[in-house]
Write a protein that binds this ligand. Structure first.
Ligand code: GLA
Length: 391
């Protein structure tokens, strides 16, 4: 009955995929209050906050252990003013705050975690004003039943904490969370291993997933996605350009703006949470144009909350297309060119299963292309074209 009560008590705290900036890819566990405040200021001054990136997600590395009453405490050498004070300052900037823990005794990076202290930690997070918890699964038993129980336990603790806290499940898609994470009280769940700053895994590589790997693993479970229960293929990597750190492990290469634009387009098509992870304190124009493309963000945040699906058979069509139904009856259409050479194609919209003519809006060039039953053009190597088809 636990599962029913968790589900029944769950308010819809995440009607749209959460958006924000996450500390991990840039800083790993080398975080502190100064860096976080600098990034919060950059979120405001760059326009990111106003474009919808409202959460500042503090990832692994903030914990300093437990006090003599077993309360989880921040590392005071990193957070001299204390977590409550930092959260207040972030809220005053119009941001929400995410924090991180793990369903075992230690986090992935080896810091104190919440197993056995779920209620106490949830109350501490609530007393600090935390709005979101990413709950990792390192050092925890591999079987799915234990994972479900541990996630349920924390979901319930959050629900009884006295504060609305969004719950992000992070067991990397290893126990098919699309089948149980929403029931266990999660508002989103990672579908895949940590994303690296790379296009895709090469044949023979044992680990190190790229954009395409995480997209492919996520899109096939798209039916599980919807308002309040999102699939999370991990952070956005636009603007990292090979920054030394977690995304360069596992064969990271650094990517081009075209490739980063592809990730952003595909994540929007999936209705994925959008967690930027680059240095917002010095972003170039190309990165800003990707992360703050309002028309693409609107596809991601569309109220219907559907994931895209593959449209037509790419082997027959000669190109790879995805469609995403939108709340007002429009469709988003993505054409993905995985190849390292450009392709010239004609996309007949009826081949994708839609009838008639549409007003075709190119969401990267920001141009209306007129009313038509087809689109014809070239797609650059590794580019994704993104269109809104207006009936
Ligand atoms: C795991 C998660 C990452 C990050 C690190 C922190 O690898 O999947 O997203 O939170 O732990 O240690």
């Amino acid at each position: 009955m636990l599962s029913l009560s968790v589900h029944a008590q769950k308010k819809n705290l995440a009607p749209r995929p959460p958006m924000g900036w996450m500390t991990w890819n840039l800083f790993a566990d080398d975080i502190n209050e100064q860096k976080i405040m600098e990034m919060a200021e950059a979120m405001v001054s760059s326009g990111m906050r106003d474009a919808g990136y409202e959460y500042l997600f503090i990832d692994d590395g903030w914990v300093g252990g437990r006090d003599n009453r077993n309360n989880i405490i921040e590392d005071r050498s990193k957070f001299p003013s204390g977590m409550k004070n930092l959260v207040d300052r972030l809220h005053a900037k119009g941001l929400k705050v995410g924090i991180y823990s793990d369903a075992a005794q230690l986090t992935c990076a080896g810091y104190t975690a919440s197993f056995g202290f779920e209620e106490q930690d949830a109350k501490t997070f609530a007393s600090w004003g935390i709005d979101y918890l990413k709950y990792d699964y390192c050092h925890a038993p591999a079987d799915s039943n234990t994972a479900k129980q541990r996630y349920r336990k924390m979901a319930l603790a959050l629900q009884q904490s006295g504060r609305d806290i969004v719950f992000g499940i992070c067991e990397w898609g290893e126990r098919q969370p699309w089948n149980w994470a929403a029931d266990a009280g999660g508002h989103l769940w990672r579908t895949s291993l940590d994303i690296r700053d790379k296009w895709k895994m090469l044949p023979g590589e044992k680990w190190g997933q790229g954009i395409l790997d995480n997209f492919d693993e996520t899109v096939r479970h798209g039916a599980a996605s919807g308002p309040g229960h999102w699939q999370d293929p991990d952070m956005l990597i636009a603007g990292l350009y090979g920054h030394k750190g977690p995304t360069m492990d596992g064969g990271g290469t650094g990517l081009s703006d075209v490739e980063y634009q592809t990730q952003f387009s595909l994540w929007a098509m999936l209705s994925a949470p959008l967690a930027a992870s680059n240095d917002l304190r010095n972003m170039n124009t190309a990165t800003k144009n990707i992360l703050m493309n309002k028309e693409v963000i609107a596809i991601d945040q569309d109220a219907l909350g559907r994931s895209c699906y593959p449209a037509g058979d790419s082997a027959v069509l000669g190109y790879e297309a995805y469609l995403k139904p939108l709340e007002n009856g429009d469709f988003a259409l993505a054409i993905l060119n995985r190849a390292s050479s450009p392709v010239n194609i004609k996309v007949n919209i009826k081949d994708l299963g839609l009838d008639g003519k549409f007003l075709i809006r190119d969401l990267w060039s920001h141009k209306d292309l007129g009313r038509s039953s087809y689109w014809k053009g070239s797609v650059l190597p590794r580019e994704t074209k993104l269109f809104r088809l207006v009936k």
